[in-house]
Design a protein around this ligand. Structure first.
Ligand SMILES: Cc1cc2nc3c(=O)[nH]c(=O)nc-3n(C[C@H](O)[C@H](O)[C@H](O)COP(=O)(O)O)c2cc1C
Length: 186
């Protein structure tokens, strides 16, 4: 299966550090690897409503949930590009992951079987110099990947506060060059 990367941008501002770092990593992907970039701020999901034990979730149509669901099912690689907000993922990313719980219970989707074996990646930028502050975000993504029986590609971390700061984090830019791995080298 050809690789197809879905980059989900979780910042509440455009052109922020997290997107800049994700784009540096994505530059290294070969041209024949499809890239799709979607901003969760531009495609807001409604608050998740837990209907799991009540009534069946139905497949969304014609809205942002449908767009994000279809994009998720089509991707071999899902890259969560979330700034660190309060030590974890941003609210829009958390809401997107909450919707996975509904999609897991939506008849006819085979959401879990479709995602199993695919890869979940993370990119994050935080203001604090200590990377350990991002441990809860790393745990959220790695545990979610394990639950879904997905591969976990790891989290690319950068440092910065105002937009553009991360471009001064030379260690992060170096890590970005190899983040998506040896597997794409000829
Ligand atoms: C709501 C909010 C919560 C934040 N929480 C943290 C945090 O817990 N730890 C931290 O180091 N930086 C925190 N920051 C700073 C951002 O992670 C930092 O500014 C980052 O560069 C933002 O990424 P962006 O430019 O992609 O939006 C927070 C910023 C906001 C707006």
């Amino acid at each position: 299966m050809n690789r197809s990367f879905l980059f989900l941008l979780g910042s509440s501002r455009s052109d922020g550090n997290t997107e800049a770092l994700a784009r540096r990593a994505a530059e290294q992907l070969p041209a024949d690897v499809e890239q799709r970039w979607l901003s969760l701020a531009d495609h807001p999901l409604p608050d998740f409503e837990d209907l799991r034990h009540d009534t069946d979730h139905v497949r969304p149509t014609g809205n942002n949930a449908a767009l994000l669901l279809d994009a998720t099912l089509a991707a071999t690689d899902i890259v969560i590009a979330s700034p660190l907000y309060w030590y974890s993922v941003s609210a829009s990313v958390k809401r997107y992951l909450d919707h996975w719980s509904g999609w897991l219970r939506t008849p006819g989707l085979d959401f879990k079987d479709t995602l199993a074996g695919r890869t979940l990646w993370g990119v994050t930028v935080l203001a604090a110099p200590e990377q350990a502050y991002a441990d809860p975000l790393v745990g959220t993504l790695s545990n979610s990947a394990a639950y879904m029986e997905m591969r976990f590609g790891g989290v690319l971390l950068g440092n910065g506060s105002k937009p553009g700061d991360v471009l001064n984090d030379t260690d992060a830019l170096t890590r970005a060059k190899t983040f998506f791995g040896q597997e794409f080298r000829p």
